[in-house]
Design a binder for this molecule. Structure first.
Ligand SMILES: NC(=O)c1ccc[n+]([C@@H]2O[C@H](COP(=O)([O-])OP(=O)(O)OC[C@H]3O[C@@H](n4cnc5c(N)ncnc54)[C@H](OP(=O)(O)O)[C@@H]3O)[C@@H](O)[C@H]2O)c1
Length: 279
């Protein structure tokens, strides 16, 4: 067993990952990079990636072991698609024991849905990561039900924190707000790049030049945001000279029908949709 895992109380003694696709696979990479001993991990996935098969071959991770030999782990992470839950539940249910914490990243599946699917489960955490978790820069919102112990919450924090920041919410309905903000948020930024590039084209720039300038502007600005503690409003003010070009554009963006009400409508639409997808 690896020393890294032995020295950390934030890593589980046993973990079962059900569904190691884009998000589950990215999280697994993050956990292993943080020192989780692969021999403590079992993965169920009908079409494992070549990287996962390598890990199973070389590092002792158990890939698609015989289910009869599996016992409920300390942590069970559900990384399947929400629509696969009903089909997967009968096989998983015996593995979600009363001492297991189930961490679900399934969009729209509530604690009540998960309790119905996994009737023996006590501790259930709903987590909503986002795509940059795949490069260790995720922003995850999490909600723990009342049965989750302090140790289980700490374990969850350690696992989710391996792929980015974690923000806990104390009311489950706020997971829909998290989904609408950070879960779907990367797409809003990608679209911003498309719109910025299009505006540059409309002003006469070559499309490929406009695309590169727009992309690097967002990437560079994001790097500045990721730096030590400057408020986004301060960063904005620092590049806005009174009466200058940036100020002229911000007058439009910050107008009464500008970006703020538009973003509020977009986030509200995503939040409504997240609510509709529950059940
Ligand atoms: N991608 C994101 O940005 C993101 C963000 C936040 C939350 N999520 C959530 O993450 C979950 C997974 O999304 P994803 O994008 O990672 O999907 P994905 O790449 O399709 O991964 C799901 C994996 O689960 C496997 N699977 C299906 N049925 C299974 C079963 N019965 N037992 C074990 N494994 C099974 C799938 O195999 P097959 O391919 O053979 O079906 C696939 O490898 C979703 O619930 C989604 O709501 C995703």
């Amino acid at each position: 067993m690896s020393n890294a895992a032995d020295h950390s109380s934030h890593l589980p003694t046993s973990l079962l990952l059900v569904g190691a696709g884009k998000m589950g696979g990215a999280m697994l990479e993050g956990w292993l990079a943080k020192g989780l001993d692969p021999s403590r991990v079992a993965v169920l996935d009908p079409k494992p990636s070549p990287a996962l098969m390598d890990l199973a071959g070389s590092a002792g991770l158990r890939l698609n072991p015989d289910r009869a030999g599996l016992t409920p782990p300390e942590v069970l992470v559900l990384g399947i698609k929400p629509q696969s839950l009903a089909e997967a539940a009968p096989a998983i249910a015996p593995l979600a024991g009363p001492d297991t914490v189930v961490i679900s990243i399934l969009a729209g599946k509530t604690v009540a849905d998960l309790s119905r699917a996994l009737p023996q489960a006590g501790a259930i955490v709903r987590a909503m990561p986002n795509l940059p978790a795949s490069i260790g820069r995720g922003a995850t919102g999490a909600f723990a039900n009342a049965s989750t112990t302090a140790r289980q919450r700490e374990l969850t924090q350690g696992l989710l924190g391996a792929v980015g920041i974690v923000e806990w919410v104390e009311n489950e309905t706020l997971i829909d707000a998290v989904t609408a903000l950070s879960g779907s948020g990367p797409a809003y930024l990608f679209y911003l790049v498309e719109c910025l590039a299009q505006a540059g084209c409309d002003s006469g720039l070559d499309p490929s030049v406009a695309e590169r300038l727009a992309r690097e502007t967002v990437v560079g600005a994001a790097e500045l945001l990721a730096g030590p503690g400057l408020d986004p409003a301060i960063l904005r003010q620092n590049v806005t000279s009174p009466g200058g070009t940036t100020a002229a554009a911000l007058e439009v963006l910050m107008g009464h029908d500008g970006l703020k009400p538009l973003m509020r409508r977009a986030v509200a639409a995503a939040e409504r949709r997240a609510g509709e997808l529950s059940g």
